[in-house]
Design a protein around this ligand. Structure first.
Ligand code: NAD
Ligand code: MG
Length: 303
């Protein structure tokens, strides 16, 4: 990449991240859709170049319709993997857009909609993904839920919100991992999506942050259990990334400053997170990497 190209990538990301005054105030209801976002996030559609690093692998990406999951799906497909995408039925339009990018890369996209807060649905999602892909090599536990429209900290946390958040972020991760494990073999890997919130929690996200801390703990524990089977288990801990999750769960007024408190001074784009997921899935490049938590945080430490 030339110096000019490097400059362009940096300034594109900065422009999309609203460095000139932040993102416009905006709000959606969960789960949030890509088409309603201003500006539209960058998932690497025009920039990601594959290098055969995941050739012939089959990956299930939960929450693969949008945001980080979409960027991972595009990158995985361009690296030579077939992908199954799990998402909520309300996100069909986003899932079809992502699937079209996967197919444009010459790979197979398998769509497995369903609300994974329900155990039977979560398990069926995995079974349908495995059937559609003809097996499974990489599980990306990326689906996540949060709620931040709170003024009084823990006093505002309702049981209903806790059920919704913990079911997606933790129960479903257990169910989906259990159902996927019999299909994973030597060289396979599991990649969980943690968060900077596991290390530097926000008051308004106390329930969500606790699930992300649990996810880093589960990651290192499962890495111990599965090492002898040659299955690696790792996590990516993103910082503030411009995805539908943000306007769908935070107040409109918090969008202009979103990401501004990082050392790099801006939010990241989904395209800037995908490379970490590619590295951790790569059987050659990450062959000795397990129980790692890779931060993609704009400069905040993940320890
Ligand atoms: P996103 O909204 O694009 O993706 C989250 C996805 O989770 C949704 O698309 C949806 O398909 C899935 N999901 C939520 N509830 C579900 C349910 N009940 N059943 C099935 N699927 C469900 O947002 P994103 O930011 O790309 O989120 C991806 C992951 O990244 C999440 O785990 C999130 O916690 C994590 N993360 C995001 C940020 C950020 O700033 N955006 C930071 C750190 C971690
Ligand atoms: Mg979505």
């Amino acid at each position: 990449m030339s110096e000019n190209d490097l400059h362009r990538v940096g300034t594109d990301a900065a422009r999309l991240a609203g460095e000139d005054g932040g993102f416009p105030a905006q709000e959606q209801e969960p789960p949030g859709l890509t088409a309603a976002m201003e500006p539209r996030p960058d998932h690497g559609e025009e920039s990601y170049r594959g290098n055969g690093r995941l050739a012939g692998l089959r990956a299930l990406i939960t929450g693969g319709d949008s945001g980080i999951g979409r960027a991972v799906a595009i990158a995985y497909a361009r690296e030579g993997a077939d992908v199954a995408l799990s998402y909520l039925p309300d996100e069909q339009a986003d899932a079809e857009d992502t699937a079209a990018w996967v197919e444009r890369a010459g790979r197979r996209a398998v769509l497995v909609p369903g609300d994974i807060r329900d155990e039977e649905t979560a398990r069926t999602v995995v079974r349908d993904a495995v059937a559609g892909l003809g097996g499974l090599d990489v599980l990306v536990n990326n689906a996540g839920a949060q709620w931040a429209r709170r003024e009084n900290g823990i006093a505002d946390v309702t049981t209903e919100q806790m059920d919704a958040i913990v079911k997606v972020n933790l129960y479903a991760l257990f169910w989906i991992t259990q159902e996927a494990l019999p299909h994973l073999g030597r060289g396979s890997s599991i990649i969980n999506c943690a968060s900077i919130q596991a290390y530097d929690p926000s008051v308004s996200l106390i329930d969500y942050a606790s699930t992300k801390a649990a996810i880093t703990n589960i990651t290192v524990n499962l890495a111990q259990e599965l090492g002898e089977r040659g299955i690696r288990v790792n996590a990516v801990a993103p910082g503030p990334i411009w995805t539908p999750l943000q306007p769908a769960t935070k107040g409109a007024d918090s969008m202009p400053a979103f990401g501004g408190d990082t050392p790099l001074g801006r939010a990241g784009q989904p395209s800037e997170v995908a490379g970490a997921f590619v590295f951790l899935a790569s059987p050659e490049e990450a062959s000795y990497v397990s129980a790692a938590v890779l931060g993609v945080t704009g400069g905040k430490p993940v320890f």
